[in-house]
Design a protein around this ligand. Structure first.
Ligand code: NAP
Length: 260
């Protein structure tokens, strides 16, 4: 793979640095904020480069800045884009709008989620039509630095944002509520949360290792007139399934509104 340049050492830029570093992939970083550049030096033992030096050294540039910071950055990159390939992490920013400002350079779009901090993100990956095979492979390898890539057509990016980018927050909300249920029934919050996390990890592991549908495993836990069916009955009466589906739909609709 070519040399990777990361623009922006924030939450996501930092996660990609750690992931690429673990993979042993060569990379360099440009960060304009002094405190973040100092953090880069302390955490990664490398200095922030000026954008033009980063562009000169690197083949693939990852745009890890907030979408509102894009216009001046893309103006600056336009003159440096020849022969470069780009990966954009910017939410709501279509491939075509980036590529057109970068002299039609190849652009791939990622939608990671916060689990990138732990190297476990679900990463939505979209390419423009006709993207070449080598670029596709490189981008998928970069995505693996922070988790698991899911290649999707760009028209599904808003859906992916609702399910994964925002969905991780719904999982946090559920885990907090589960832990609070433990508190309500007599367990201290810290311990209850630790138990809830173990339950969640166990549930994912059981699904993955058996390959069963969630409803098949749920039916095995819920014995007739037992404890679990009582709780499931409460969830169903409260519209749990519809509420969660609606949360994904609302988040996705908002992501679509913000697309520009
Ligand atoms: N965080 C998430 O969970 C998440 C999930 C999915 C997608 N994303 C996307 O990932 C991107 C990065 O998000 P983030 O949370 O990592 O943002 P962040 O923490 O704000 O980090 C961005 C960093 O880049 C710096 N920067 C901006 N323009 C620059 C330039 N021209 N040259 C060098 N450095 C520059 C920023 O400095 P200033 O503060 O001075 O601007 C900031 O330190 C965003 O586009 C976001 O939509 C984030």
């Amino acid at each position: 793979m070519g040399m990777i340049g990361i623009i922006g050492y924030g939450n996501m830029g930092g996660a990609f640095c750690r992931g690429l570093s673990k993979m042993g992939t060569a990379f360099a970083v440009s960060e304009r904020k002094a405190d973040r550049a100092a953090a880069l030096e302390a955490e990664q033992g490398r200095k922030s480069l000026f954008l033009k030096d980063l562009a000169a050294q690197c083949d693939i540039l990852i745009l890890a800045v907030k979408p509102q910071e894009a216009p001046p950055l893309l103006d600056e990159l336009a003159g440096l884009a020849a022969g470069k390939r780009f990966i954009s992490l910017m939410a709501g920013t279509p491939i075509s709008s980036i590529s057109s400002r970068l002299k039609k350079a190849p652009v791939c779009r990622f939608m990671p989620n916060l689990a990138a901090l732990a190297g476990r993100a679900a990463v939505g990956v979209s390419f423009a039509e006709g993207a070449d095979a080598r670029f596709r492979e490189e981008c998928l390898a970069v995505a693996r630095a922070v988790g698991e890539p899911f290649e999707i057509p760009e028209r599904l990016m808003a859906a992916f944002t609702g399910l994964s980018g925002s969905g991780i927050a719904f999982v946090f909300a559920f885990l907090h509520a589960l832990a609070m249920g433990g508190v309500a029934t007599g367990i201290k919050y810290e311990e209850s949360l630790r138990i809830a996390l173990t339950v969640a990890e166990g549930a994912v592991a059981a699904l993955r290792s058996t390959g069963f549908h969630p409803v098949e495993l749920l039916s095995q836990v819920a014995s007739p007139a037992g404890t679990t069916i009582k709780g499931l009955d409460r969830l169903e009466r409260s519209g749990f399934g519809g509420i969660v589906m609606g949360a994904v739909e609302d988040a996705s609709a908002r992501a679509q509104e913000l697309e520009r």
